[in-house]
Write a protein that binds this ligand. Sequence first.
Ligand code: TRP
Length: 355
Amino acid sequence: MSAKSSASETFRAAQTRSDEIEARIGTDPGSLRMLTGDRPTGALHIGHYFGSIRNRVRLQEAGVEILQLIADYQVITDREGVGDIGANVRNLLLDNVAAGLDPERCTIFAHSAVPALNQLLLPFLSLVSVAELQRNPTVKDEAQSAGISSISGLMLTYPVHQAADILFCKANVVPVGRDQLPHIEQTRVVARRFNDRYGAIFPEPDALLSETPLLLGTDGTKMSKSRGNVVELRMTADETAKRLKSAKTDSDRHITYEPETRPEVANLLLIASLCEGTAPEQIAEEIGDGGGGGLKARVTEAVNTYFAPLRARREELAADPAYVEEVLARGNARANEIADATLAEVREAMGMTYG
Ligand code: TRP
């Protein structure tokens, strides 16, 4: 089979398993343990919210156990240095909690604070070939978009580190976008090879592939903080209005929803639609000949109304300087307990229990 057709085979199989998991969320949420992670590289924006955060909260409310990882070591895969890591971790945690993740029910932790998780990397790396790592399409894409000419050892091996993130807690469901699928496949391979060689310890996790609308930035290109084209969750209503006011539209005053031919206008309609729970076509019809101005006013109102409770809650949480540390300390302690137990099992399975 060609590489391409085997990749689409893999995708179809992953989609089938994802559909099964989706059904199980309704019927047997107690059988699922979800882990997902974000890199702390900046504050979250509405693309993150509609792409993944909202889905996490949905799973939590359905009764799935949630482990939420702050993947701080992954920050240094494709950039030099950690940046303002403390502030980024803080913002990430506040964004997630303000959006509805409940620290009383979830384990929110940073992988740098969990030594036993990181130690799993050693046996896991022995199960993976360099050629296999070099084939990972997501690593290649990320290196390319970061403009990196020489790939570091961490960049090459981070999918295996991600396998440790997922397997240390024996998570069986990982909600991700399609770009992360190679890493989930790598994780399944690591689990399978470990189990074959040393005895069955790890479940093979499934990706939960959500249907997420791809939102663009306000300039019509990919959303990216560095391009200044995103609406951050933490922005004020005024900052949001200003950002959306500068959004690109087109010269046709009659607003219609045509993603192919009018991508910028369609994108703003889609954002309004997600916030209002109304079809984008209907919103377009209501704006009619209102032009770019009418469209921007509508989407600004929609975003500010939808995110007002989240923003109010975020401000409240941020006002207590000790809050983030408390939540993280609790989450890290629990993650360490789980990781220590798994590492003990791994060392036992490997016969490394002599002293
Ligand atoms: N690689 C993910 C990203 O860039 C972040 C991540 C790290 C992750 N560890 C994970 C996602 C484990 C899911 C599961 O977005």
